[in-house]
Design a protein around this ligand. Structure first.
Ligand code: PLP
Length: 370
């Protein structure tokens, strides 16, 4: 019987770090630094340095960080934010939370990221920001989007939730825009032992206000300058992230090894493979292949013990929660096609060559019957 291969194997990452993680958690319990605290402060400094940014503000989730990012930029009720319909829903939540409207623009077929060529025609006097996503860890094309931002005097928010350590023209993403939001959800490339997120910026005023907003709108205890939130990162998450951060670059290199091996072994199959654009060094949060018979291929992989997943099966403009926007099928054809065809294969730093070969063998068997 062949070994089954899980879609994601977090145990494999935790196992070699278990002693250090246990010690970090024990330290938090000993210090009773449960909400923020010294390990969170240290992690903020280290993560800012890793990104080449001046400030990092830690949050209880990536969603909270993106919400506050839009508040810092003054986006509010009645405003519009240009974004992608093909992402995890939280990108649009941030826009909805501040009372603004997500204005979707279709994606580029090769990268499945927001297509820069379509942005300008969506700009109106109500547009207050542009918020694309470095989807699956592959950077979106920053230069043309930054040029549009400059021309129309609009800030850029990078949704970097899936792209820790990805590079655009040699520079780590997350510092190109006015603010960016990271997620440390456990399955992310840098994952906490629970929920977590961070906002990264080079703007000192933004960082200061973000620290206040995440803590009930307060810098002096029990004095509240504005209506704020309880969006603090837990001390335990800061401690665990501090143990994991030194491994992030190595893990990213390993993800890239897995992706390159898949490319090599799958290149002669009928699958559309993810390809890096010339400007990009993807962090390969996900390895997403495409095929019109995606559902049948998924069934075949699962029946043969290979885990896989869909990111994402329904674009945001067709989700029930956004029915009030009035979109219909066909509005963003490339996002809809990507949603019908996408299939995420197992990818994580610990995936062995034998496991990769097994995934490939099962994929190839699917096509040999057709
Ligand atoms: C693209 C994208 N944006 C935002 C988020 C939200 O992050 P979190 O789950 O930490 O709130 C996620 C992750 O779940 C994501 O994948």
């Amino acid at each position: 019987m062949n070994e089954s291969i899980p879609y994601l194997d977090l145990r494999a990452q935790i196992k070699p770090l278990r002693k250090e993680i246990d010690a970090a958690i024990a330290r938090t319990l000993d210090n009773c630094s449960f909400c923020l605290g010294p390990d969170v402060v240290q992690f903020e400094k280290d993560f800012a340095k890793f990104c080449g940014a001046q400030h990092c503000v830690a949050f209880n989730s990536g969603t909270s960080a993106l919400h506050i990012a839009l508040m810092l930029l003054g986006v509010g009720a009645g405003d519009e934010v240009i974004t992608t319909p093909f992402t995890f829903v939280a990108t649009s939540w941030a826009i909805s939370y501040v009372g603004a409207k997500p204005v979707y623009v279709d994606v580029d077929d090769a990268t499945m990221n927001l297509d820069p060529k379509l942005i300008e025609r969506a700009i109106t006097p109500k547009t207050k920001a542009i918020m694309p996503v470095h989807l699956y860890g592959h950077p979106f094309d920053l230069d043309p989007i930054l040029a549009i931002c400059k021309k129309h005097n609009l800030p850029l928010v990078e949704d970097t939730a899936q792209a820790h350590a990805a590079k655009y023209k040699g520079k780590i993403v997350g510092t190109f825009g006015a603010v960016s939001g990271f997620s440390f959800y456990p399955g992310k490339n840098l994952g906490a032992a629970g929920e977590g997120g961070a906002l990264v910026t080079n703007n000192a005023e933004f960082a200061k206000r973000a620290r206040s907003l995440r803590e009930h709108g307060s810098t002096v205890r029990y004095y509240h300058d504005e209506v704020g939130f309880n969006y603090r990162m837990e001390g335990i998450q800061g401690a665990v992230l501090g143990v994991k951060l030194p491994h992030l670059q190595k893990w990213t290199d390993e993800r890239r090894r897995v992706a390159h091996r898949y490319h090599e072994l799958l290149k002669d199959t009928p699958l559309q493979l993810p390809r890096e654009a010339a400007y990009a060094e993807s962090a390969y949060h996900l390895y997403v292949v495409r095929h019109p018979q995606r559902d049948k291929l998924k069934e075949h992989l699962e029946a043969n013990g290979v885990g896989c997943a869909l990111h994402y099966p329904l674009p945001l403009h067709l989700q029930k929660c956004y029915a009030s926007l009035g979109h219909k099928p066909g509005d963003f054809p490339l996002a809809e096609k990507a949603a019908r065809e996408c299939l995420s294969l197992p990818i994580y730093p610990e995936l062995t060559d034998a496991q990769i070969q097994r995934v490939v063998e099962v994929v190839k068997r699917f096509f040999s019957h057709r």
